[in-house]
Design a protein around this ligand. Structure first.
Ligand code: ATP
Ligand code: MG
Length: 395
């Protein structure tokens, strides 16, 4: 091997190392080593343990006779032979291939790929119309196979790490949840117990106004407990997918108005603006969908107290779009990706109670409606939640 080749390889490997994505790294390797080894198409097949078949995880058409990149069926037969025999295979054109049709003169080279010393798949090259693979080409291809294997290993490790991160985050959330839930259960219970014990005291006589005040607190705290338990059951049912949705044609403009009217009976001073286009019906479970709106409005009331709330409804591109906007403190961007996870609450000083179930419940319900829910938030400006549902004007 001469010095120039070594210098070139050094450059290629460095560039691959700094590529962010394993597919980019492979692109760099195959294109920059074409001076040493020319081919038309390349593909990587990996064993799919579950389906007992082969997956095409990478395919590129670089040379003459380009075929669609995704269409890598040309190599499937030889890939399974390579994998079955755990051996490199070189295959020339079939006997009956027409000498005038270059595309029928198929020269294939297949090399097994190993990840963590286990057979993982095959790397396939094809040349249309030759020339045959020479010793040097085979060595370059083998080197590329070794490098491709290590990139596949890197990909597996990255995926495993992402999964581990997500499991760890879920475990942390569960831990936080246990402490949140015990606090959330204890607080209303404490009030109920304290005020009822006071009312029952033999040595004190409470005037009627005070009795009423204590009973009102007991009543409200009992409601809070009931809601908490209902949310926990609801989220467990949604997670295990045991909820039966009752879908029927629903006019969301009317539904939103009802929810707002009901909310106002509990929050007399609430400044809430409705901005509703006439909306076509959607197929929805009215009761569950009201829950979504109640949760979003409830959050706006809790996290953006005193703010005006604007609810808009529009019909765009065959979809109904509902948004709930507040002018509160907003949510820092780094927390946004986790908001819809079960038990997730934005960390920080807490004066507002909650369990982190509301938005999880919203998302599950919206997804059961084949819709989307997302949030946009600007610090110190406010937060807007959006819900999009497929509309059906023929309902
Ligand atoms: P729960 O709804 O179960 O009583 P929660 O309100 O804490 O509890 P979610 O409704 O899931 O839970 O909301 C998750 C988190 O998102 C909240 O803890 C809050 O930090 C943040 N959040 C939600 N809505 C808003 C909003 N409109 N403005 C600012 N922060 C919000
Ligand atoms: Mg909430």
């Amino acid at each position: 091997m001469n010095k120039d080749t070594l210098v070139q390889l050094d450059g290629v490997f460095r560039e691959m190392q700094s590529a962010e994505d394993w597919k980019n790294a492979l692109d760099i390797m195959f294109t920059s080593m074409r001076g040493l080894f020319v081919f038309d198409n390349v593909a990587i097949y990996t064993l799919d343990d579950r389906a007992k078949g082969l997956d095409v995880v990478y395919a590129r058409a670089l040379g003459r006779g380009k075929t669609a990149e995704a269409d890598a069926s040309w190599g499937e037969g030889i890939a399974s032979d390579v994998i079955q025999n755990e051996h490199m295979i070189i295959r020339g054109p079939l006997q009956d291939a027409s000498p005038n049709n270059r595309l029928s003169q198929i020269h294939m080279l297949g090399i097994p790929l190993y990840v963590a010393s286990k057979l993982h798949g095959a790397l396939l090259f094809v040349r249309f119309g030759g020339p045959e693979y020479l010793d040097l080409h085979i060595h370059v291809a083998s080197l590329q196979a070794v490098w491709a294997s290590s990139l596949l290993e890197r990909k597996q490790l990255q995926e495993a790490r992402a999964e581990l991160d997500s499991v760890q985050r879920q475990m942390r959330l569960q831990d936080d949840f246990v402490s949140t839930i015990s606090h959330e259960l204890r607080t209303p219970l404490g009030f109920i117990k304290g005020y009822s014990t006071s009312l029952l005291r033999q040595d004190t006589i409470w005037d009627e106004a005070t009795q009423r005040e204590f009973l009102t607190i007991i009543d409200e705290e009992a409601d809070r407990l009931a809601k908490l338990i209902e949310d926990m059951l609801e989220s467990a049912r949604l997670q295990s997918k045991t909820i039966q949705f009752k879908f029927s044609p629903v006019r969301l403009d009317a539904l939103v108005r009802d929810v707002v009217a009901r909310t106002k009976t509990h929050h007399h001073t609430l400044d809430i603006e409705l901005n509703m286009d006439v909306l076509p019906p959607v197929l929805a479970d009215g009761v569950r969908f009201s829950q979504v709106l109640e949760n979003l409005i409830g959050n706006a009331i809790k996290y953006a107290p005193e703010s005006r709330i604007v609810i808009q409804g529009a019909y765009i591109d065959n979809k109904v779009l509902i948004s709930v906007n507040d002018e509160g403190e907003g949510i820092p961007a780094e927390y946004i990706p986790f908001l819809f996870e079960r038990f997730y609450r934005v960390p920080g000083e807490r004066t507002v109670t909650g369990t982190g179930l509301g938005l999880y419940i919203c998302k599950q319900i919206v997804m059961a409606h084949h819709g989307n829910i997302w949030v946009e938030s600007v610090l110190d400006r406010g937060t807007t939640f959006f819900i999009e549902l497929p509309a059906n004007p023929t309902l």
